[in-house]
Design a protein around this ligand. Structure first.
Ligand SMILES: *Cc1c(COP(=O)(O)O)cnc(C)c1O
Length: 352
């Protein structure tokens, strides 16, 4: 039986990447030791680090005017690091609040700067009327992992855009030049948890607030090529393997087409059924995280049990939302989504 893992994060990684990592786990590069046992300053690891960065730059067409940082602390570390790096404490930033993650980012930023929160929850139409803000940057979350809400079009403002791409980086093509900074925790679409990637336009880095921890000071990290302290080397290596895999698949454009097809398959089925529903405005439905509810919530536990018995793992919705959620990031093959839809049909037929 095939097992498909729909976990929102840490999420499944591409099967060929896992197999390759396994095959070289205890003998990397013919050295007789694991990549996780190498000095981060060794020639072999430096090659891993450089290749990962240059492949990411290729995949996203990132120019030299942007720094690419591989950091500790996941995405949340940057909820705190971003205001400290981009602003003085007296400065103001605009935070678009479209769901739980952007709300969390705004809340954390308040410790380090003035925050003007623009709440569009429950009324995504407001996004269209968004006007130029006063803040030094506008922060938003293009894919709300918990709520299943996507903002596909960049907000219409000339302020530097700062975006939490944790759950949709590399899932569709974006023009990096429209952004001041994007960041992503790795465990959704890149690699193991704990690592985060930050892509920041260098001219925005004009000195972090004095209390900023050095390990989160972007100028320090940039100058030290993300090796101010020991980086999460194994996670960096695995991220690099995911980037190689992505290139071999045809890059981000190929992923985007596949992700669109996967999401359409699932949403079309949900919409065709009275047994399941997804309440997100169709123009803002995430292609990465698909929350859905059963009309009869008393069947939730049975649904999850039978799904798991059929090899469909981790479909339980976030504890704050309930119901189900299928996360279908780059690594999820279309066969997994087809298997899920077939299971949902059978479950509906048995229970109506
Ligand atoms: C998962 C997630 C986070 C948190 O990531 P951590 O690595 O756990 O800090 C932040 N933002 C979004 C959009 C996420 O999906």
């Amino acid at each position: 039986m095939s097992v498909y893992n729909f976990c929102a994060g840490p999420a499944m990684l591409p099967a060929p990447v896992m197999a390759k990592a396994q095959s070289e786990l205890i003998n990397f590069d013919g050295l007789g030791v694991s990549v996780m046992e190498l000095s981060h300053r060794s020639k072999s690891f430096l090659a891993v680090a450089e290749t990962a960065e240059s492949n990411l730059r290729d995949l996203m067409s990132i120019g030299d005017d942007y720094a690419v940082l591989f950091t500790h602390g996941g995405a949340r570390a940057h909820f705190s690091a971003i205001p400290q790096n981009l602003l003085a404490a007296a400065d103001c930033a605009d935070y678009l609040v479209s769901g739980q993650w952007s709300e969390g980012a705004a809340k954390e930023a308040k410790k380090y700067c003035q925050v003007n929160a623009i709440d569009v929850q429950g009324n995504l139409e407001k996004l269209k009327a968004l006007s130029q803000g006063q803040g030094r940057y506008l922060h938003y979350c293009p894919n709300e992992t918990i709520d299943g809400i996507a903002i596909f079009d960049e907000p219409n403002t000339t302020q530097p855009l700062v975006a939490d791409y944790s759950s949709c980086i590399l899932g569709r093509n974006i023009d990096i030049n429209r952004y001041g900074l994007i960041y992503a925790g790795a465990q959704k679409n890149i690699g193991p948890s704990g690592l985060a990637v930050v892509i920041v336009r260098r001219d925005l880095l004009c000195g972090a607030q004095p209390q900023t921890p050095s390990i989160l000071d972007y100028q320090v990290l940039d100058a030290k090529e993300s090796m101010y302290n020991t980086p999460p080397t194994f996670a960096w290596y695995l991220a690099g393997e995911v980037f190689k895999w992505l290139k071999a698949q045809g890059g981000v454009a190929a992923m985007e087409a596949m992700n669109r097809e996967k999401a359409a398959l699932l949403y079309d089925f949900i919409d065709s059924s009275d047994f399941y529903r997804n309440g997100v405005d169709p123009s803002h439905r995430s292609e990465m995280n698909v929350p859905f509810q059963l009309a009869n919530a008393e069947l939730d536990a049975q649904f999850l049990l039978e799904a798991e018995q059929g090899g469909l793992m981790a479909l339980k919705g976030h504890r704050s939302v309930g119901g189900m959620r299928a996360s279908i990031y780059n690594a999820m093959p279309i066969e997994g989504v087809k298997a899920l839809v077939e299971f949902m049909k059978r479950f509906e037929n048995r229970n109506t």
